[in-house]
Write a protein that binds this ligand. Sequence first.
Ligand SMILES: [Zn+2]
Length: 263
Amino acid sequence: MNTQSKLTILGTCSGTEPMPGRHHTSFTLLHDQRLYWFDAGESCSYTAHLSGIDMPATEAIFISHTHMDHIGGLPNLLWTLRKLATVSEDAKRRLANREIRLLIPDMDVFEGLMAVMRGTEGGFQPVFDLVPALVTDGIIYEQHGLRVQARHNFHLGPSAPFKSYSFRIEAGPKTIVYSGDVKSIQDIDGLIDGADLLLMETGHHKVDQVCQYLKDSDESFDKLVFLHHGRAILADPARELATAQSILGDKVQIADDGMELHL
Ligand SMILES: [Zn+2]
């Protein structure tokens, strides 16, 4: 088994109006030749396919919550997988009769999505089986050397049923924590410790406050990459990076669309 993983950030923007050079939030993780998607903001499959990402290797799609900046590209991702199987014999062979799991924290939204898909070509009958499952607290995926733990956060309210989640992803020996959207950085307390990579949103938070909180925290991590950018980073990423690095040093980076991270 090849234990090295490649993470590709497809979109780095929070839920703003269209921004030059940045799309809404999505990233892929290629682990042991299988492809996993985390959130599916606008254009994610367009960007992935044209970047040479091996889309027929798709194994599962994880959605943190169903706001548009995290699912706007989901129908098109499913449609593109179907399309690839109609234009490529190789894609068809690799996708046929295989399960692709969609983990989503709101089944009403999934049903609505399926209604949209049934209105597309051929009633959306792909060669693969799309298998939905509800995201809940705990281990939501454990296969092929990838383990994903979900934990609810308070982005969409303080009480159950929770419909917004953060993820701790163990890919072989490496651990990635993805905040999703959080009400406060405290939402992911206890999830971070030992992470090789922390992907933290800044759509709802100030960079200096997040960095100071993490610096003062008992939890350790090797690297912090900001994504899901809010207005401050969108306006002046160099200024915000300098602020972040003045607190956490060079372990912090600000993601751009297309950034690749090798773990
Ligand atoms: Zn968002």
